[in-house]
Design a protein around this ligand. Structure first.
Ligand code: AHR
Length: 504
């Protein structure tokens, strides 16, 4: 397959928002407990945080962290997780059929984020089993400096300064029948509106995220967006998208082209935003928070909840997918797609961060290690953060998929980095054809060097594991050639691969 990307530095899509490299920590399985927090681990600090995990989170390049759920938040009482640990209640977590010990809560998360380098907290409120009042209480607790019952309670609990949380999710996946307290579009829209109004009375500068559909495939997709946006438009800053991909019914060809679906999902939601804006004659801007995205084998064994009235384990192994080289290519392509849409997507959260469908895995009491998906994330964050996405003028050979019709075989995007160098990310979605990829460099470019790294394994099913941690890692791609006189870069990319090129 062949593709040519024409890069013109005069045509920009948008600056890359740091928040595109957000992630997600839910009280689910071993994400918090034994992932982030394991007091008995040899590397644990005075707070019980695993230092080896903190180091990998920094290396990954994550920015915002969405917390505490996910489905979990729709049954969560935030008060359970604050105050002296010995007084915190043990609760049933209905979403994941587990016991929540509440040893870790808002204060611990805020402190952990300081330790990871000052990442931003993106807090979700419970609009499932709870409502506006509890959301307002949490906001008062978190953001009011002092002098009221709840702000003073925070201070008494050890946080003298407010947490000053800017970004808030108004519930989670409120259209899904798996969600505790899920609602129809009209009822959710009214609840979100009421909550947003109240929250803005406390703190007008918040950035609020309304729930969009739980996936592009929800039966009410589109209608849901229209209703929610109509009721909340001037009160919100974001509407959410969530998407998980895996080879449904064994259809690997479509799976490898998942980026094509993410792209049309974003374009559909952007169209709903634009239509509502026009209809309401509003000059307010609403962006997309793609606040859950990943590869997730939803119907496989690791995603089965515990069962039984007497069986509510503490932090069981749940959703611990081990990712292959092919999964990492799809994952990298999803990042390319987010970047291509950087004008509409101003925030995104990789779901999730540790152990649960995560780039970072831990052995209880043992190592922390990198999944295959760790690398496209860390390399994209490293090169794209602080940069500007340039208009992707891409002419690629195409091939057919049963699910998404004809798709570009090679997908790519270019980012001008803060130092003037150029990063180009390329995914080869073909299962059997290598790709000849060519970049037509900007006329004003004076690059002299190109470096390329490719993530690929001849066995697309190859994985890293705790016992073989470096089985699939990026390798130098020495086929990359820069021809300064012709203003081109050429590189060969193997089937099912993800590549980053850096021209400087
Ligand atoms: O990330 C796992 C789950 O996926 C989240 O809890 C939920 O919001 C989504 O369905």
């Amino acid at each position: 397959a062949h593709a040519r990307l024409t890069v013109d530095s005069a045509f920009e899509v948008a600056p890359v928002n740091d928040r595109l490299f957000g992630s997600f920590v839910e009280h689910l399985g071993r994400c918090v407990y034994e992932g982030v927090y394991e007091p008995n681990h040899p590397t644990a600090d005075e707070n019980g945080f695993r230092q080896d995990v903190i180091d990998l989170v920094k290396e990954l390049g994550v920015t915002t962290v969405r917390y505490p759920g996910g489905n979990f938040v729709s049954g969560y009482r935030w008060e359970d997780g604050v105050g002296p640990k010995e007084n915190r209640p043990r609760r049933l977590d209905l979403a994941w059929h587990s016991t929540e010990t509440n040893e870790f809560g808002l204060h611990e998360m805020a402190k952990w984020l300081e330790k990871t380098g000052g990442n931003e907290l993106m807090e979700a409120v419970n609009l499932g089993m709870r409502g506006t009042q509890e959301a307002l209480d949490l906001l008062e607790y978190a953001n009011i400096p002092g002098g009221t019952e709840l702000s003073e309670r925070r201070r008494a609990n050890g946080a003298d300064e407010p947490f000053n949380i800017r970004m808030w999710c108004l519930g989670n996946e409120m259209d899904g029948d798996w969600q505790l307290g899920h609602l129809n579009a009209e009822d959710y829209a009214k609840k979100a509106r009421m909550t947003a109004l109240g929250m803005r009375q406390i703190d007008p500068d918040l950035e609020l995220v309304a729930c969009g559909s739980s996936s592009h495939e929800m039966p009410a997709f589109g209608e849901w967006e229209e209703t929610v946006l109509t009721h909340t438009f001037d009160l919100i800053d974001f509407i959410s998208c969530h998407a998980y991909y895996w080879p449904k019914n064994g259809d690997v060809t479509s799976f490898l082209a998942s980026g094509a679906d993410m792209d049309s999902f974003i374009k559909d939601v952007a169209a709903a935003i634009d239509a509502t804006k026009a209809r309401l004659k509003s000059d307010h801007e609403v962006y997309i928070s793609f606040d859950e995205w990943n590869v997730w084998y939803q119907d496989s064994e690791p995603s089965k909840n515990p069962e039984g009235i007497g069986n509510w384990p503490e932090h069981p192994h749940l959703l611990e997918d081990i990712y292959s080289a092919a999964d990492a290519m799809v994952f990298g392509d999803l990042l390319i797609t987010l970047l291509k849409n950087a004008d509409r997507v101003h925030a995104a959260s990789l779901a999730q961060l540790v152990n649960v469908i995560a780039p970072i895995m831990t052995v209880t009491g043992g190592d922390a290690w990198r999944q295959t998906t760790f690398y496209p994330f860390s390399l994209t964050a490293k090169h794209a953060k602080g940069g500007t996405v340039l208009e992707p003028k891409l002419a690629s050979d195409r091939h057919h998929t049963d699910k998404y019709g004809d798709v570009d075989t090679l997908n790519a995007v270019a980012v001008r980095e803060a130092d003037g160098s150029l990063a180009v990310f390329v995914a080869n979605r073909s299962a059997d054809q290598s790709g000849e990829f060519e970049i037509d460099l900007p006329d004003d470019a004076s690059y002299t060097v190109v470096e390329a790294q490719t993530l690929h394994d001849d066995d697309p099913d190859a994985r890293n594991t705790a016992d073989d941690q470096n089985h699939v890692v990026p390798a130098v791609n020495d086929t990359a050639v820069l021809d300064a006189a012709a203003g081109t870069v050429k590189v060969s990319v193997p089937p099912i691969s993800w590549t980053v090129l850096h021209c400087r």
